[in-house]
Design a protein around this ligand. Structure first.
Ligand code: NDP
Length: 303
């Protein structure tokens, strides 16, 4: 039995960003269209600030018009809704992303619902969730979209394969299951009430773990040769006890990587697997939204 192929999400995302850059340049020069992304952050959560910084940098590097609105933690819901409304009507902006989590005094659902669905590049608006569910063109949440791209790259045709998605959140598990259904997979969605989750996973040709539990999926849950996509990002104490005692941490996925690698046909590492795809797909969604706003097809580099 040979070891699994390691799926290099970092390299795939870099290639995708490169193709986005070429497409954006052509849209500018041939159509006078500059895709614009507005990212809104409220408060000072350090992890959110880092994400927002990365999103801004990568957007600019790909040639997008990129605007970041940094609002203080005490911003009211009305003020935030006013900004969203302004961005909805701004012709230079084709994608709006409100970074979550929002401060507790703001109703996230109300804010997400206020974003114009055609500019909802996170794909969280119920209009986009509904469009995805019924198979209409939608803006699809970035993380599952990235997972699907990796799967198609590794496997090619997904038709007829049994995909098990562990996790049923609105931002990862459910849209992932919808995308796999659209790709003609037979889809099982497992969650915290699934009776024998290990047995369910053992039947998967494609196994997606989106749980948020460090290394929950063990090697003996995986069918030989299966393709494993690990969405989880979990911070745990360093493996070195001395470093752990100093409070040092490391990031692991939802899959026990070393065990899984010995059984799977291919697997994404954490970090360096799904993570880098998320921002690349945000840029892709912004270009998609910009093209749709003008009735243009997606540039050939991105099809
Ligand atoms: P949520 O907490 O919203 O959802 C977790 C899901 O896992 C729920 O459906 C829950 O089931 C299920 N679950 C929890 N415990 C178990 C268990 N013991 N057995 C089976 N199922 C279980 O998480 P998200 O979907 O937002 O994120 C999942 C992971 O992906 C996290 O680690 C997160 O950090 C990561 N993530 C990574 C991204 C990236 O860019 N790579 C982007 C987004 C998320 P139930 O519904 O029954 O409670």
């Amino acid at each position: 039995m040979s070891e699994a192929r390691i799926i290099d999400g970092k390299a795939f995302a870099a290639d995708l960003r490169g193709r986005i850059g070429v497409a954006v340049h052509r849209l500018k020069t041939e159509k006078g269209l500059v895709p614009g992304l507005a990212v809104v952050i409220v408060g000072e959560d350090p992890a959110s600030q880092l994400y927002v910084k990365n999103k801004g940098e990568q957007s600019r590097m790909a040639g997008l018009h990129s605007v970041t609105h940094t609002l203080p933690a005490e911003t009211t819901q009305e003020q935030l809704l006013r900004l969203v409304n302004q961005l909805n009507h701004d012709p230079a902006i084709h994608g709006i992303l409100v970074q979550l989590p929002l401060p507790k005094h703001i109703d996230s659902n109300a804010v997400l619902a206020a974003i114009d669905p055609d500019k909802d590049v996170d794909g969280f608006h119920i209009v986009n969730a509904g469009r995805l569910a019924v198979g209409l063109p939608a803006l699809v949440p970035c993380t599952p979209l990235g997972c699907l791209m990796l799967l198609k790259d590794v496997i090619g045709e997904l038709r007829g394969l049994h995909a098990v998605v562990v996790g049923r959140s609105n931002i990862v598990g459910k849209p992932m299951a919808q995308l796999l259904l659209q790709a003609d997979c037979t889809v099982t969605v497992a969650h915290s009430r699934t009776v024998d989750i290990a047995e369910t996973c053992r039947d998967a040709d494609i196994l997606i773990a989106a749980v948020g539990r460090p290394e929950m999926v063990r090697g003996d849950w995986i069918k030989e040769g299966a393709v494993v996509i690990d969405v989880g990002i979990n911070r745990v104490p360093s493996a070195d006890p001395e470093k752990a005692a100093q409070g040092k941490t490391r990031v692991v996925g939802d899959v026990a990587f070393e065990e899984a690698k010995a059984v799977a046909g291919a697997i994404t590492p954490v970090p360096g697997g799904v993570g880098p795809m998320t921002i690349a797909c945000l840029l892709l969604n912004t270009v998609t939204a910009a093209c749709r706003s003008r009735g243009l097809p997606l540039p050939e580099e991105l099809v």
